[in-house]
Ligand binder design. Structure first.
Ligand SMILES: [Zn+2]
Length: 167
């Protein structure tokens, strides 16, 4: 009997967890001709607050590439009871003719004070060629309809690029 009650309670926990996680929205854009600033603006609502780090406590961004697949990671933590929503944009950029060119952009939003997003490129659609790459992350941390905006970059990832990473 006790076991049945425990099973019932556990199923309740799982049930109530589902709607919370399903509030996250994901969008991927791998069209290289995209106006990325316009694309990002079209997905953002609310008003920007110029002060930084009053809603946000920390961010982390990581890029790794292996076997022609790039794995991008971005994480943002706002202050609990202050931050109500977070939006993460991750851009994969390749060094082309001395400039960073965005080859893929993706966004995920969370109705929560923190969020973590890991995105893996599709080896069929977004084949990653040898080269020098970085990830640019944009974080929007909302308190109501006001947000603060934070931009962060990874260090350059040298994927069989033939350059000298030490120089
Ligand atoms: Zn390189």
């Amino acid at each position: 009997m006790k076991k049945q009650i425990l099973a019932f309670l556990l199923s309740g926990v799982i049930f109530f967890n589902i709607p919370i996680h399903s509030m996250a929205t994901t969008i991927v854009n791998s069209n290289t001709n995209t106006d990325w600033d316009a694309w990002e603006r079209s997905l953002i609502t609310g008003t920007r607050k110029l002060a930084r780090w009053s809603y946000t406590s920390m961010t982390t961004q990581i890029l790794g590439i292996s076997q022609n697949v790039a794995i991008m990671f971005g994480s943002v933590t706002g202050y609990q009871f202050v931050a109500t929503r977070v939006v993460i944009f991750l851009y994969l950029q390749q060094r082309v003719d001395g400039e960073w060119e965005t080859i893929l952009g993706t966004m995920k939003s969370f109705d929560d004070y923190h969020g973590s997003y890991e995105f893996q490129t599709d080896p069929e659609l977004d084949y990653i060629y040898p080269g020098c790459y970085q990830e640019e992350a944009h974080y929007y941390v909302y308190s109501g309809d006001q947000y603060e905006y934070i931009e962060a970059y990874t260090i350059t990832y040298h994927y069989m690029c033939g350059c000298n990473p030490e120089s």
